[in-house]
Ligand binder design. Structure first.
Ligand SMILES: Cc1cc2nc3c(=O)[nH]c(=O)nc-3n(C[C@H](O)[C@H](O)[C@H](O)COP(=O)(O)OP(=O)(O)OC[C@H]3O[C@@H](n4cnc5c(N)ncnc54)[C@H](O)[C@@H]3O)c2cc1C
Length: 442
């Protein structure tokens, strides 16, 4: 077994990760190149599928990952601050019954008099509210849409002195510039995706980046998902907190009236996450067992289906699109059973399935033949980079290997059957209409 030390953590983020590509920060020029590659990918999807396909991006390829880690820590500190002031837990942060009065009352109680303090009053005024209550403590849209500095956005009143102070650790001018660059690259990608009408999934990565990735993706959704779901966030159901995060994000979409694009996965970094938690001495963020992960996956899916049903019953437009990205047959069966139960038809195009190219065709093909939308995830790149990636997957991922064995034995059986019957060409007999078949090239 490879020896894990916290010091190696950033030196090799691939440690014990076989199912995901890892980008290492080289310099800003490399991030620009990565952005161009993602743009080319959007072009390829648009040309090949007339807008029905998906492209996928990784945020760590588009800027300095260290910044995503700092932002994730700041989100954790925001939650702690929110809890300290209001006595309730918040996401990052949505609450239906908290108003600025709660903060004012607490500040008064602390006798710090910040309500009279101009800077604090401005801070209170800048919180994001709707009729139901607080949505965010900070102006996230200010962060991603304007030239505000991270250091200026993440400031809160100190509960003892009443003075505004930053929640984020000190950043240099260069780091602030790098963050702006990352935001600019993300906007370039999503503006282009919107123009070409291509949906883009933002991959989920390690827990020390993920809060920032997820939060920024939600803000991008708010901006680009006004007419349809262009931006998709990824939810890793092996994480203990995922169900709560998904509920809050669904609530935000509903309250701020934008489309919720969601890719549901179990998660690809389990071993590394557990090793890191053990090495650094914090609670393991992963569910205790495979069954607990599956239960959370199914609970997240049911939550989305319930929201879809409620929207339909209320006569509201259903602004939810889900990709069930899994090779697990039980999860695929569970999804189909519950789609029927909740009255969601394949042709509604609200739920689709995703599997890796070359994996589980015995699941993808029947799904497609029955009229469900199915996507094959295609790893691409220079041969010298893709082959080692694929071979790592093949040798390290035992659960996928057992699925491949099953598929191989099914292919043999089918080959023998065709040889015996003399019918070599397979023509499906069902009267299905493939999703997207109605799209004709002009
Ligand atoms: C289209 C597509 C997109 C993907 N995008 C992402 C992404 O953005 N981010 C990402 O992290 N992954 C992503 N994945 C990978 C995915 O998270 C899984 O690693 C992989 O698909 C295996 O899960 P499964 O449901 O297919 O199969 P299964 O074999 O049923 O599940 C295996 C998974 O279950 C979980 N698990 C296994 N044992 C335990 C245990 N003891 N305790 C708790 N959990 C356990 C782990 O997550 C493991 O990977 C993607 C997969 C696909 C197909």
């Amino acid at each position: 077994m490879e020896k894990y030390t916290p010091q190696r953590e950033f030196a090799d983020r691939r440690l014990k990760v076989s199912g995901a590509r890892t980008y290492f920060y080289v310099n800003e020029a490399q991030c620009e190149k990565n952005m161009e590659t993602f743009i080319n990918c959007i072009d390829a999807v648009s040309d090949a599928t007339y807008g029905t396909g998906f492209a996928a991006i990784k945020m760590t390829a588009l800027g300095r990952p260290q910044l995503l880690m700092q932002l994730s820590e700041t989100i954790a500190r925001t939650r702690q601050y929110f809890h300290k002031v209001t006595g309730t837990c918040g996401g990052a942060v949505i609450s239906s019954d908290i108003s600025s009065d709660v903060f004012k009352a607490r500040f008064k109680q602390e006798a710090i008099g910040p309500v009279d303090n101009e800077a604090v009053q401005k801070w209170l005024d800048n919180m994001t509210y709707d009729k139901k209550g607080l949505i965010h403590l900070f102006s996230w849209s200010g962060l991603i849409d304007t030239n505000m500095l991270l250091q200026d956005v993440f400031r809160v009143p100190n509960l003892v002195t009443g003075k505004m102070e930053p929640l984020i650790s000190t950043l240099t001018k260069e780091e602030e510039e790098m963050f702006k660059n990352m935001m600019r690259r993300l906007h370039t990608i999503f503006q282009y995706a919107q123009e070409r009408d291509v949906r883009v999934m933002v991959d989920a990565e390690q827990t020390y980046f993920q809060p920032a990735i997820s939060r920024l993706t939600m803000e991008l959704m708010k901006k680009y998902n006004t007419e349809k779901a262009i931006v998709f966030n990824t939810y890793q159901c092996y994480l203990k907190n995922t169900y709560n995060d998904l509920v809050l994000d669904l609530e935000q979409c509903y309250r701020q009236k934008f489309f919720f694009g969601c890719k549901l996965v179990r998660g690809a970094y389990m071993e590394q996450e557990r090793l890191r938690a053990e090495a650094l001495g914090y609670e393991d963020p992963i569910n205790p067992s495979f069954d607990a992960t599956s239960e959370m996956y199914h609970r997240c899916l049911l939550e989305a289906l319930q929201k879809i049903k409620k929207n339909k019953e209320d006569g509201c437009p259903t602004k939810i699109a889900i990709m069930v990205a899994s090779h697990n047959e039980d999860t695929v069966r569970f999804t189909i059973r519950n789609m029927k139960q909740f009255g969601v038809q394949p042709e509604d195009r609200l739920i689709c399935f995703g599997q890796l190219l070359g994996m589980c065709d015995h699941i993808s093909l029947p799904l497609g033949q029955s009229g469900y939308s199915v996507y094959k995830y295609v790893p691409y790149g220079p041969v010298n980079e893709v082959l080692p990636y694929l071979s790592r997957r093949a040798t390290e991922n035992s659960s996928l290997m057992s699925k491949l064995q099953k598929e191989r034995s099914m292919l043999w059986k089918e080959l023998i059957r065709r040889l015996r019957t003399g019918k070599f060409v397979y023509r499906p007999e069902g009267k299905y209409v493939p999703i997207g078949a109605q799209i004709v090239k002009e």
